[in-house]
Write a protein that binds this ligand. Structure first.
Ligand code: CA
Ligand code: CA
Length: 255
């Protein structure tokens, strides 16, 4: 061994042979907060509402800032750690949450409002809140788990729903005419929701017309179909991984 190498190696050997109690452990640094999604997922302009913001490293958050709407009123209500079921990915469902009260002006434009959480470790990403647009809103109603119990919806509309538990299936039905062009779109994953939507469209004979899982750059499905005949059509929405829970929110736009 060359003398130079010896000199280089010796201090390393010396340091690594020190008793463990002499090493000072680095204080664990909490990463900056990360916002994933809101519960409920969709905010309604012109109304005071409570929102839970789910994400990671949110338990020590002391403030939430709103941008994109000068007249928005936001009140910080609290922050806490939440449990993650063992088989669920914490990166998708979040391990902590912040609760806020938010009032958006009536004329708030979809896509404009962003929320940022602040803790001693820094600022989070700017989370784009999903805000209702001019489409009529329909609340999803259980039990809608099959063709016989499908929930009738008008066209156009936006359904606000939840994949409420593992293997939950949400089925909706609408009346269509031959040649009608219908676009069916899930807004979930793009707004951080843990739902990885999978859509299937069936005709009145319960035969599959088309299905969609992910569109480019997202886990949200989109179907654009020219209806082949007059009659009742069924839309089935599931989570592609059969996961679910009270925080698995989605907005289903049919127009
Ligand atoms: Ca459901
Ligand atoms: Ca998907």
């Amino acid at each position: 061994m060359s003398r130079l190498l010896c000199l280089l190696i010796f201090p390393l050997v010396f340091i690594s042979s020190l008793p463990a109690q002499d090493k000072k452990p680095e204080p664990k640094k909490e990463p900056p907060p990360k916002l994933l999604y809101a519960v409920p997922l969709v905010a309604e302009p012109g109304k005071k509402q409570k929102l839970a913001l789910r994400g990671k490293s949110l338990a020590m958050v002391k403030e939430v800032k709103v941008s994109g709407s000068e007249d928005a009123k936001l009140k910080f209500l609290g922050a806490k750690a939440v449990g993650v079921p063992g088989n669920y990915p914490a990166d998708r469902v979040g391990d902590s949450e912040v609760e806020i009260e938010l009032e958006l002006p009536k004329d708030t434009k979809p896509g404009a409002v962003k929320l940022t959480a602040v803790s001693a470790s820094g600022e989070s990403n700017a989370y784009t809140l999903l805000v209702r647009d001019e489409l009529p809103t329909v609340a999803e109603k259980e039990d809608n788990g099959g063709f016989d119990t499908a929930q009738a919806i008008p066209l156009p509309c936006a359904v606000e729903g939840t994949i409420k538990s593992e293997r939950d299936v949400d089925v909706f039905k609408f009346e269509g005419k031959k040649g009608d062009k219908v676009k069916i779109e899930v807004q979930a994953s793009r707004f951080g929701s843990p739902v990885d939507g999978f859509l299937t469209l069936y005709d009145s004979d319960r035969k599959v017309i088309d299905s969609s899982d992910d569109v480019t750059g997202s886990s949200d499905p989109v179907l654009t179909v020219a209806l082949p005949k007059d009659g009742t059509y069924f839309i089935a929405l599931i989570d592609a991984h059969d996961l679910g829970g009270p925080n698995f929110g989605y907005r289903l736009v049919v127009k």
